[in-house]
Design a protein around this ligand. Structure first.
Ligand SMILES: NC(=O)c1ccc[n+]([C@@H]2O[C@H](COP(=O)([O-])OP(=O)(O)OC[C@H]3O[C@@H](n4cnc5c(N)ncnc54)[C@H](O)[C@@H]3O)[C@@H](O)[C@H]2O)c1
Length: 448
C-alpha cells in the first residue's frame, strides 16, 4: 500500500492538540445533529469530551438542549446523562462558536440534485463558515458520504483561503460514518472506522482523535482512499441487492420460490454473503451514494456499469410489486381499480423510523394512480410525507385487515404482530418474508 509515512514530525499546534485529545480536554464540535451526528456527539461526550453540536434546525438544537431524544440509535438515558447530568453536550445554531472548537466533525447531508449529480451545498456552506473562523491547531473531519476528492478538492481550498496551511496550521481528514440505523449489535462505538487525511500530520492527529472512542480505527493512505471505501461499501450493497431483486423477478417468472433458493444458498459456509430482495431500496445512502461515484468516474472518462445496472434494477422493483399485486388480485376476481389495499410498513427498512426515499412512496403512488384505495400502517412512521404524499398511519385492527382486499407488506418491522395479520387478513403479498413461520392462518400469503 502506498501509505504516506505512518509517523511524521508534528509541529507545535498539532502536538498541543494531540495533548488535549489524549487528556480529553479538547473541545469537540459536531456539525449536523442527525442520524450520524447525534450518536457521534453522545459517544464523544460519554467518554468525557465537552461537545458542542451545531445545527441550523432550531427545533433539533432545542431538543438536544432539553435532552429530548429524536434518534432511535441514541439511548434516552445516555442523552439525558451527557446533557442534563454531566453537562458535556449542548447544541447551538450559532456558527460563531466554531472558533472555540479544537476538533470539528462535519455530518451534514449529501443529497443529489434533480439530475442525479452530487449536491455539496451543505458541505460547502459549513466549510465556508469554518474558514471564516479557522485558527491554528484545529482538526476538521468530514464524515458525510461523498465522492473521492471532496475533502482535498473542495474543502481544502476553501479552508486555505483563510491564509492557514493544511498539515501545518490546521488538520483535515475524512472518516466515513458507517452507522447502520437500527443495528443493535454494531453501533458508532464498535464499528471499525476508516480514516484518511490530506497529509501525514493530519492523519496522525485524526487517528488519535478517533482512537479515543472507536474500538478499531483503520488508517488508509489518503482522504480520497477513505472516500472511495465508503462509496464502494454502499455500492457493494446496491449491486448485491439488485442481484437478488433480479433473481426474485426471474424466480417469479419460473415459478420458483426465491426465498427457498436464498435460504438454501445461505447455508454455504464460504464464498456467499446473504442479501434479500424487497420492494426497492431507500434511505439516504444506497439509492444516492453510488451516483456520487458514477459522477466522479465520468471525469476520468469511465462508465461505472455495475452502478447503472444496479440502479436500473432496484428502481424497477416498485413496478414489479404493483404488477404482482394486480396479478394476485385478479386471481381472486378483483381489479385494482376497486380494491382496498392496506400497506404494512413505509419506513425504508426494518425497525427504523426513517422514510426518506422509501420505495413505499412509489408503491403507494402507483397503487393510487391505478385507482386503488390505499392506507398504511407503520408503528414507527405516524405520518408519511414523501414525494407529494401526505398520509397518516392507520391503527392495525382485525377489522382493518379483514376489510382490505390486499394487505401488502413492504417493511418487516419487528413491532408488527404478523400472526395477527395472517389471522385477520384475507390476502397478503409479503415482499420481505415477514410472515416467515406464521403463514398458517386465514390469509392466503404470497411472497415476492
Ligand atoms: N443515516 C445514515 O444511516 C448514514 C450512514 C452513514 C453515512 N451517512 C451520511 O452522513 C451524512 C449525514 O446523514 P444523516 O442521515 O445524519 O443526515 P440527517 O438529515 O439525519 O442530519 C443532517 C443534519 O444536518 C443539519 N444541517 C444541514 N445543513 C446544515 C448546515 N449548513 N449547518 C448545520 N447543520 C446543517 C440538518 O438540520 C440535520 O439535522 C450524509 O452524508 C449521509 O450520506 C448517513
Amino acid at each position: 500500500m502506498n501509505m504516506k509515512a505512518e509517523s511524521c514530525t508534528l509541529l507545535s499546534p498539532a502536538l498541543a492538540l494531540l495533548d488535549r485529545i489524549q487528556n480529553r480536554s479538547a473541545r469537540v464540535g459536531v456539525v449536523g445533529l442527525g442520524y450520524v451526528g447525534l450518536p457521534f456527539a453522545v459517544e464523544k461526550a460519554k467518554v468525557g469530551f465537552r461537545v458542542l453540536g451545531f445545527d441550523r434546525n432550531p427545533a433539533r438544537v432545542g431538543q438536544v438542549n432539553r435532552a429530548a431524544n429524536y434518534i432511535g440509535d441514541v439511548r434516552d438515558a445516555d442523552l439525558k446523562d451527557v446533557v442534563l447530568r454531566a453537562g458535556l453536550l449542548e447544541a447551538t445554531e450559532s456558527f460563531e462558536r466554531l472558533a472555540e472548537m479544537d476538533v470539528v466533525v462535519i455530518c451534514v447531508p449529501t443529497p443529489l440534485t434533480r439530475n442525479l449529480t452530487p449536491d455539496l451545498q451543505y458541505i460547502e456552506a459549513v466549510t465556508r463558515e469554518l474558514a471564516r473562523r479557522l485558527r491554528p491547531g484545529q482538526l476538521v473531519c468530514l464524515e458525510s458520504t461523498t465522492y473521492p476528492g471532496t475533502t482535498e478538492e473542495v474543502m481544502k481550498p476553501l479552508l486555505e483561503a483563510s491564509g492557514l496551511k493544511e498539515g501545518i496550521d490546521f488538520h483535515l481528514a475524512f472518516s466515513p460514518e458507517r452507522v447502520d440505523p437500527g443495528n443493535k449489535r454494531y453501533t458508532t462505538r464498535n464499528t471499525n472506522k476508516v480514516v484518511g487525511a490530506a497529509s501525514p500530520a493530519s492523519r496522525e492527529v485524526a487517528l488519535a482523535f478517533y482512537r479515543e472512542t472507536i474500538v478499531d480505527v483503520v488508517p488508509v493512505s489518503s482522504s480520497q482512499a477513505a472516500e472511495m471505501v465508503k462509496v464502494f461499501e454502499n455500492t457493494f450493497r446496491a449491486v448485491n441487492i439488485a442481484l437478488v431483486n433480479e433473481l426474485a423477478m426471474l424466480c417469479d417468472r419460473m415459478g420458483l420460490d426465491v426465498w427457498e433458493v436464498l435460504d438454501a444458498a445461505g447455508t454455504k459456509p464460504f464464498g456467499l454473503m446473504s442479501f434479500y430482495p424487497g420492494p426497492g431500496v431507500g434511505g439516504h445512502c444506497i439509492p444516492l451514494d453510488p451516483h456520487y461515484l458514477e459522477w466522479k468516474a465520468r471525469e476520468f472518462n469511465f462508465n461505472t456499469r455495475f452502478i447503472a445496472l444496479a440502479g436500473e434494477i432496484n428502481r424497477r422493483m416498485p413496478e414489479f410489486v404493483l404488477e404482482k399485486a394486480m396479478r394476485l388480485l385478479s386471481d381472486h376476481g378483483r381489479g385494482l381499480k376497486t380494491a382496498r389495499v392496506l400497506v404494512l410498513g413505509v419506513a425504508y427498512k426494518k425497525d427504523v423510523d426513517d422514510a426518506r426515499e422509501s420505495p413505499g412512496a412509489e408503491v403507494l403512488q402507483l397503487l393510487a394512480a391505478r385507482g386503488a384505495t390505499v392506507a398504511y400502517h407503520d408503528p414507527l412512521v405516524p405520518r408519511f410525507q414523501e414525494h407529494g404524499l401526505d398520509l397518516r398511519s392507520v391503527p392495525l385492527t382485525a377489522d382493518g385487515l379483514d376489510g382490505a382486499d390486499l394487505v401488502l407488506i413492504l417493511t418487516d418491522h419487528t413491532a408488527v404482530d404478523y400472526r395477527f395479520v395472517v389471522k385477520h387478513a384475507r390476502l397478503v403479498l409479503d415482499t420481505r418474508f415477514a410472515t416467515r413461520g406464521v403463514a398458517a392462518g386465514r390469509a392466503e400469503v404470497v411472497l415476492l
